[in-house]
Design a protein around this ligand. Structure first.
Ligand SMILES: NC(=O)c1ccc[n+]([C@@H]2O[C@H](COP(=O)([O-])OP(=O)(O)OC[C@H]3O[C@@H](n4cnc5c(N)ncnc54)[C@H](OP(=O)(O)O)[C@@H]3O)[C@@H](O)[C@H]2O)c1
Length: 265
């Protein structure tokens, strides 16, 4: 069996990607389609989702379904269920995120709460709604997107970083719980990724920045080898240093050097 066939058998026939309209999510969708899976594409901007769907159909000959869902809305679980209805979804990627940038106290509380809704409640809903069906079938995969910003306090993106810490811990627990049920869980703890979202948040090129293609590939290849993957050698070394070698205050200080200009507005 080829690697593509093995992947499809283990995680197909359908995959769902949340936050698939652009950036890393669209790249996840492309790479999953290239591995022969059909795609449910979820985000808020339906026109962009349709463009990605057209591309996947014509390039890879896979079937697609698009679903306009706000992953931070209270009805997201119901909408996800509707989007997945009648399909055997063997792979889900929780990629949608909201990153309020700037001094914590100078942004409305609503922004931080929205980050919790999109970045924490969203992946929880995906894991519960789609994970249950995977566990019942005894096979499947879940990818949760996290960030090196979530390894320690990250001034300027404080609430966002805290939601990413939530994703890492959520995925690690699920990895252990679902593995005996046949479901592979992996959290992708990425450094800076060259996406439209990152370009909007920062004008600086962060060290270790990677193109979305490299990050999506690392995350998909890590399925079955969880619980965690850090794409890129520079980021792996940095992650190890920050988490295991340096004192906590120093790690926060280094992060402040990267993101602190955001905290100052
Ligand atoms: N970029 C980085 O440097 C970086 C670093 C580490 C980790 N990450 C993580 O990687 C993932 C992707 O990042 P990115 O830079 O590609 O983000 P992005 O460019 O901001 O794209 C986010 C995607 O999520 C969708 N989305 C946002 N809010 C949504 C909502 N409420 N409901 C449904 N979909 C929503 C967006 O589509 P719509 O606007 O159409 O809804 C878009 O497709 C995120 O989880 C992020 O935390 C990024």
């Amino acid at each position: 069996m080829t690697a593509r066939e093995t992947f499809r058998e283990r995680y197909g026939p359908w995959a769902l990607v949340a936050g698939a309209s652009e950036g890393l999510g669209a790249e996840f969708a492309r790479q999953i389609a290239a591995r022969g899976l059909h795609l449910v594409l979820v985000a808020r901007r339906g026109d962009l989702l349709e463009a990605v769907a057209d591309e996947l159909q014509s390039r890879h000959g896979v079937q697609t379904r698009t679903a306009v869902v706000d992953m931070g809305a209270a009805d997201a679980p119901e909408r996800l269920r509707a989007a997945a209805a009648g399909l055997e979804i063997g792979l889900a990627v929780a990629n949608a995120a909201f990153a309020p940038v700037g001094p914590f106290l100078e942004r409305p509380l609503g922004d931080a709460l929205r980050a919790v809704d999109v970045n924490c409640r969203g992946p929880l809903a995906i894991a519960h709604v789609l994970g249950a069906a995977m566990a019942a079938r005894g096979r499947g995969g879940l990818v949760l997107m996290s960030s090196l910003a979530g390894q320690q306090g990250s001034p300027g993106i404080t609430a966002y970083a805290a939601t990413k810490a939530f994703n890492t811990v959520l995925a690690e627990g699920l990895w252990a719980e679902l593995r005996p049920l046949g479901v592979d869980v992996v959290v992708c703890t990425a450094g800076a990724i060259l996406t439209p979202g990152f370009a909007q948040a920062s004008t600086r090129r962060a060290p270790g920045s990677l193109p979305p293609g490299a990050v999506a590939r690392a995350a998909l290849d890590a399925l079955g080898h969880g619980p965690r993957v850090v794409p890129g050698p520079f980021n792996r070394v940095a992650a190890g240093l920050m988490a295991r070698v340096l004192p906590r205050r120093t790690a926060i200080g280094i992060m402040a050097g990267q993101t602190g200009d955001l905290a100052r507005g």
